[in-house]
Write a protein that binds this ligand. Structure first.
Ligand code: PYC
Length: 317
């Protein structure tokens, strides 16, 4: 009987599962090489942790590894139901909170190495966490797209640690009552991006879609709905998505260093964001809170036909 020990948390509603023991050891001299080894060689481990019946497609997993850069606390590879993420904002807040919960870190500055680069995090004394993300930028502005259903939309293509198509003119109210329509239009956008060969820099796949709109609360600046690569929507405002949005606001002259941006999610939870410049680069900081939800032993009994998780993406028959 195999066991994997994990700690679950949620950051603004979006779950993170940090693997504490039972992870495979990875080959590779660099973090991107280890990420590739994890992606290509350890699919069953990934789906056994994330997919039903032990998980769900909304969970982001975090695999902790020794630091890659001197001075960092750890390296981390984020993963989900379809693969790996270069970076994950809500996951980083959840990971920092988890390391504090287990007594491995105290309030203060902690660097974490991710495949997208090293991020600086600050665990505040009230338990909230600020993530100074990787340099973020808008790659293309106002890119028009015709969806498979004939609808026309436009949006910005931007990097915030993952690639996003950020769409303003989707025509939908950003409310959970519209979930089916929001999911449908996001998935149509993703299909149209692929069918039209639209990518991020260096041909990178745009695997996140962010629909933006007015906030529900007057104290916030905007609301979003973020469709993640595996077809689940982000319950939080999405750390990398908010970073990509901040980069677009800077490019439009609508946000400057010193300004605070309050980003509301489709569930009403909030991240605050700000930017600094590092030369020409825009470095976003995202602040939010995470809460521990479970300390778990994932148990895999011999003979369990679903030990590797249900593959919800491939029809069984
Ligand atoms: O917070 O960056 C994020 C994120 C990416 C996918 C889900 N959450």
């Amino acid at each position: 009987m195999r066991k994997i020990v994990a700690i679950d948390s949620h950051t603004a509603g979006e779950p993170t599962r940090v693997i504490m023991s039972g992870a495979p050891s990875l080959n590779g001299a660099t973090l991107p090489e280890m990420r590739d080894d994890f992606l290509h060689t350890h699919t069953k481990f990934r789906t056994s942790v994330i997919n039903e019946p032990r998980g769900s497609e909304i969970i982001v997993g975090a695999l902790l590894l020794p630091p890659s850069v001197t001075g960092s606390t750890a390296s981390v590879i984020y993963f989900n139901n379809v693969g790996v993420l270069s970076m994950c904002g809500h996951g980083t807040i959840g990971l920092v909170r988890t390391l504090a919960y287990t007594g491995q870190i105290k309030p203060g500055l902690h660097r974490l190495d991710t495949p997208a680069g090293t991020v600086e995090t600050v665990l505040h004394t009230d338990g909230s966490v600020t993530v100074r993300n990787v340099p973020s930028y808008r790659w293309r502005a106002n890119v028009p797209l015709t969806l498979p259903n004939g609808k026309q939309v436009s949006g910005d293509i931007a990097w915030g640690g993952n690639w996003f198509y950020i769409c303003h003119d989707h025509g939908l109210q950003l409310h959970l009552q519209n979930l089916v329509e929001l999911q449908d239009v996001s998935l149509q956008i993703r299909r149209a991006l692929q069918e039209n060969g639209m990518t991020g820099a260096n041909g990178a796949l745009i695997d996140h879609v962010e629909l933006t709109g007015a906030p529900n609360s007057p104290v916030n600046n905007a609301r979003n709905f973020v469709m993640c690569p595996g077809g689940a929507f982000d319950r939080s405002p999405c750390g990398t998505g908010t970073s990509a949005k901040l980069a677009c606001l800077v490019a439009d002259g609508k946000l400057a260093p010193g300004d605070i941006w309050r980003q509301e999610s489709i569930t009403g939870s909030v991240f605050t964001g700000s930017v600094i410049y590092d030369g020409d680069a825009v470095i976003p900081s995202i602040t939010g809170s995470a809460f521990i939800t479970a300390e778990i032993n994932l148990v895999y009994e011999a003979g369990d036909p679903l030990a590797n998780g249900i593959d919800t993406l491939t029809p069984m028959c």
